[in-house]
Design a protein around this ligand. Structure first.
Ligand SMILES: [Zn+2]
Length: 384
């Protein structure tokens, strides 16, 4: 299959010269735009203007027209007509230019909803509600996300939908700015992000766990670790806690997979994919509970974000089943924290193509330093 390169974009970067801008992007060999349609709050260093600038787009809004009455109690906020029209216009320009369009939908990361409807927000073992993370086990947050996807898919503006944030949010994704003086390690991050909301506790009981005891052990172990002098030592949880986590995580993967199945149904025939394998994730033991194999079995495509996973590590997953590579998009990030060297991206692009992957995407055009913009065309040219 001919390889395809997609590009994540923010619609607010397409102003009066949208047609010309799109033509330039298409000229680099980009065949798909992933357009931020439902997006969380963010402060973005955007270099698109005459001067370097920091942009804070309207937070937590949906840039597509919505029938609010069809939502349950948990409702999104619609962007202004001007912002919605900009997305419609960009999508129409893409159709005219034979560039595919993906609605890039941020799912369960929404600080307005978490604050307005705290009962759907994740609840940690210490009893603190997340300020931005909605729990995927909660029926009301699932209904919200399914309705959102249904309406965006039915808008007719997009060829498909990609949902970012369908799982349990990790502690790395904090909002607002997080202040702490304790050590951190993979296990401490894993434990602090475990949700003990009502829906999760019910599911834990169904899995044979005692949620009160589980939460108490998480508090004990984290409380002790956090009060140690600073250290690079990995937290090693005691066996009893580790076995509780193992049992819960295997159940959580099914909770997320069933949400993916509901999202596929909600999209009513419009292809849907979900993001998996972000920061700090091990594909075999995903902290977000998004298991790529189960996502594919649920009928959704996988948008693999292999920030901490090499093609070699992804190979066993991709080779497990011939159809996996065909249903997987690999996204490379230009976010500074990933320290993306061009040679690394080129090498990984080639390695993933060898593994049978033909769909790739770059995150994201709107934040690229000027000297890196030419990479887009060069990477696209090297793929064909
Ligand atoms: Zn929960």
């Amino acid at each position: 299959m001919r390889p395809e390169l997609g590009l994540y974009v923010y619609p607010w970067d397409f102003g009066p010269a949208a047609e010309e801008t799109l033509e330039g992007i298409r000229g680099w060999g980009v065949a798909r735009l992933l357009i931020a349609t439902a997006y969380h709050s963010a402060r973005i260093r955007s270099l698109r203007g005459a001067h370097p600038a920091h942009i804070e787009p309207t937070p937590n809004v949906v840039r597509s027209s919505l029938a609010m009455a069809r939502f349950g109690e948990v409702r999104p906020r619609e962007a202004s007509e001007v912002e919605r029209a900009r997305v419609r216009h960009l999508a129409a320009l893409c159709r005219g230019a034979e560039v595919h369009t993906t609605a890039w939908v941020v799912g369960l990361h929404n600080s307005r909803i978490a604050r307005t409807f705290p009962e759907v927000a994740a609840l940690d073992a210490f009893g603190s509600r997340a300020s931005h993370a909605l729990c995927p086990a909660n029926p009301a947050s699932r209904r919200y996300l399914c309705e959102l996807v249904a309406q965006i898919a039915a808008s007719g503006d997009f060829d498909d939908v990609m949902v970012e944030g369908v799982g349990f949010m990790t502690s790395r994704d904090s909002q607002p700015h997080f202040i702490s003086a304790t050590s951190e390690s993979a296990w401490s991050r894993r434990l602090e992000a475990i949700c003990f909301c009502r829906a999760c506790c019910d599911a834990m009981e169904n899995a044979g766990l005692r949620p009160d005891e589980f939460a108490r052990r998480v508090r004990d172990v984290l409380g002790e670790y956090w009060n140690l002098p600073w250290s690079d030592a990995e937290l090693e949880p005691p066996d009893d806690l580790r076995s509780m986590v193992d049992l819960w995580f295997s159940n959580r993967r099914s909770i997320v997979a069933s949400l993916c199945r509901e999202l596929v149904d909600a999209a009513s025939g419009v292809p849907l994919s979900v993001s998996a394998g972000g920061w700090g994730s091990d594909l075999r033991e995903p902290d977000e509970g998004v298991d790529p194999g189960q996502v594919l079995a649920a009928g959704a495509g996988v948008n693999l974000l292999p920030y901490d996973v090499s093609p070699g590590e992804a190979a066993s997953y991709l080779r497990d089943d011939d159809s996996r590579a065909r249903s997987t998009t690999v996204t490379f990030t230009f976010a500074a924290a990933a320290r993306p060297a061009r040679s690394r991206i080129e090498n990984e692009l080639a390695a993933y193509q060898t593994l049978g992957v033909s769909r790739f995407a770059l995150y994201n055009w709107s934040i690229l330093p000027g000297s890196v913009v030419p990479w887009i065309g060069e990477l696209a040219g090297g793929m064909s």
